[in-house]
Design a protein around this ligand. Structure first.
Ligand code: DQA
Length: 150
């Protein structure tokens, strides 16, 4: 029987469902559906199963991360504004025992001071920001590299 592909869970936090409409000068015109489709296509190339999940609710993201433990090989997450506020998401990632690649469309360090701190960064293998939708694709490639090395 063929071996099952490793799976990566891509999480999108609050307001990312508004991509395409939301502040296009910062986030671009690419919609979340476009990003998900690109991730799934890249996953096929990399022989990785990709699942995506968006929520505007912190608790739903926490629950999804808890449920990921043992079922996925890595997490790629853009936690949106929760990046800068959520100890609960940090704790959920630590409890999941899964490698995390943190991604952001915009370059956080060119923006307001409050976006410079990420609670998730200390649980992440690394952070990719500033490349628009490509940040997610680079993030998936990074996750594939981590999986290949483990
Ligand atoms: C973001 C950056 C966050 O500061 C912001 O709250 C977002 C999107 C990004 O992808 O650039 O919602 O995570």
């Amino acid at each position: 029987m063929a071996e099952a592909l490793p799976r990566v869970l891509v999480l999108h936090g609050p307001n990312l469902n508004m991509l395409g409409l939301r502040e296009p000068q910062i986030y671009g015109r690419t919609t979340l559906a476009d990003i998900d489709a690109m991730l799934i296509a890249l996953g096929k190339e990399l022989a990785i199963g990709v699942e995506t999940f968006q929520s505007n609710h912190e608790g739903e993201l926490v629950t999804k991360i808890q449920q990921a433990r043992g079922h996925y090989a890595a997490l790629v997450m853009n936690a949106g504004a929760y990046t800068h506020t959520s100890v609960a998401l940090l704790d959920a990632v630590l409890a999941s025992d899964l490698p995390l690649v943190e991604v952001h469309l915009s370059n956080l360090y060119k923006r307001e001071e409050f976006r410079h701190h990420s609670y998730l960064a200390r649980a992440a293998v690394g952070q990719i920001c500033g490349f628009g939708a490509d940040s997610y694709l680079l993030g998936l490639r990074a996750a594939a590299g981590i999986i290949a090395r483990t």
